[in-house]
Design a protein around this ligand. Structure first.
Ligand code: PMT
Length: 406
């Protein structure tokens, strides 16, 4: 998700400095590159060895490094980075940034910056609320920096209030959000993509419903890859076992009719992908009280009515309203190719991703999928891969398609 992104991480000297190490791990895990800079006081809390080992880059601290017999090129450090993050930012360092002091490597890098800066402050509540800190905060906001936290809570010094460092996962989310929102050269920047995901639920009575085993993993992985490629994603989801990806606009629905309404509300879009497992029918009558057993010992029978076909309804829209690409899925338990070919025509979509969902396939709820991809010209079998890789491959195909001249 952060592949190829370079983050200059400035760690200043606060009790919460150790949390910067957790943040580094998250950035590295997401494929990002971290260059740590530790201020002199940060060295009291974090060793350069720990920071450098976790980052995979030597932790820098001094403006002049005798070992290198040269001045560290702070300008190059900043030019090389895509984003600067200060975690934790002490009151002292905020003051330095606000007033343009440049007496160590960290403050010099800030003064020489040509990149966005995210600041996560951490200090005692009185220090945070102090007029000079609040003035510095306003100056830094006016200078274009963005802030994560501080949070309210108990402090290491025993006092309570605003000043705690935001949790590393929240700072990490802000970093990802920065790249989603401001990242340049993302292939799907400016494209609006709708993704349906998860399982619909059709109520029978207040305590029972008809559903299926979709976990939402495949739809979520697709939405996540599209978002990472810069698309604005409308994510319309039924019940799911996994949370929606970061940075997408989520609409939570219950029934197929809710999903139909939400999809049509979210139009227009450039691309629409229908990965949700939607119930084809629903009980004709929904009891407002729990359905009881029949008095004669027989089970009650259910009368069903058809749900609207969401994919079909979008694929049939007039050209001025229809997404440029309408992509369906086909969940089949047998004769996958034959059924999928017929489904592509019947639904009127442009592409169709068929997957085998027979017992033992592990497709529903699993982490892998084996796709047969139909584009109206023929079909290709994709090797079995993770659902994340399916999301990435589909995103690449969409990107190539949208790049083609009309
Ligand atoms: O969620 P996971 O556990 O990761 O599993 C992923 C998946 C198996 C659910 C997914 O890969 C998948 O196959 N999704 C489509 C499930 C489905 O409803 O297939 P279908 O063959 O019944 O429907 C065909 C297409 O029509 C689908 O795009 C479906 O979203 C759409 N549809 C179906 C019925 C309906 N009333 N409206 C629709 O839009």
């Amino acid at each position: 998700m952060l592949a190829g992104r370079k983050i200059l991480l400035i760690i200043t000297g606060g009790i919460a400095a150790f949390k910067a190490i957790d943040l580094m791990r998250m950035i590295k895990k997401a494929g990002g590159d971290v260059q740590p800079i530790l201020t002199k006081s940060a060295l009291e809390f974090v060793t350069p060895l720990t920071a450098g080992t976790v980052a995979g880059n030597p932790a820098l601290s001094e403006l002049f490094d005798l070992g290198r017999e040269a001045e560290i090129n702070h300008i190059e450090l900043v030019r090389d980075a895509d984003l600067i993050v200060v975690v934790p930012a002490t009151g002292d360092f905020m003051a330095k940034m606000a007033h343009g002091f440049a007496d160590d490597l960290a403050s010099t890098a800030i003064l020489a910056r040509d990149k966005h800066v995210i600041v996560a402050p951490s200090m005692n509540v009185r220090m945070w609320e102090a007029a000079p800190t609040q003035r510095n905060f306003q100056t830094l906001v006016d200078d274009g920096m963005s802030f994560v936290g501080p949070d309210k809570g108990e402090m290491a010094c025993g006092e309570f209030g605003l000043g705690r460092l935001a949790e590393p996962d929240v700072i990490f989310a802000a970093i990802k959000d920065y790249f989603f929102t401001f990242g340049e050269n993302l292939p799907l920047k400016g494209k609006r993509v709708l993704v349906t995901s998860g399982a619909t639920r059709e109520p029978l009575d207040p305590v029972r419903f008809l559903t299926n085993a979709s976990s939402g993993k495949q739809g979520t992985a697709i939405a996540s890859a599209l978002r990472a490629a810069g698309a604005d994603v409308e994510f319309i989801t039924g019940a799911a076992d996994v949370p929606p990806p970061d940075g997408v606009n989520v609409t939570q629905i219950t029934t197929a009719q809710d999903m139909y309404d939400a999809v049509h509300e979210a139009l227009p879009c450039d691309v629409a992908i229908f990965c949700a497992a939607v119930s084809d029918w629903r009980p004709k009558a929904v009891g407002d009280k729990k359905i009881k057993k029949n008095g004669d010992g027989t089970a009650p029978s259910l009368e069903m009515v058809l749900n609207p076909d969401i994919l079909h309804s979008v694929a049939q829209l007039e050209p001025d309203q229809r997404p440029q690409l309408v992509i369906g899925f086909a969940a089949e338990t047998n004769d996958v190719v034959k059924h999928a070919e017929a489904k592509l025509v019947r639904k009127g979509c442009d592409w169709l991703l068929a997957n085998d969902v027979s017992a033992g396939s592990g497709t529903f709820g699993g982490d892998h999928n084996s796709i047969i991809f139909f584009d109206g010209q023929g079909h290709q079998e994709w090797a079995q891969m993770s659902k994340a890789e399916v999301g990435q491959k589909l995103t690449n195909q969409i990107t190539s398609y949208l790049k083609q001249p009309d």
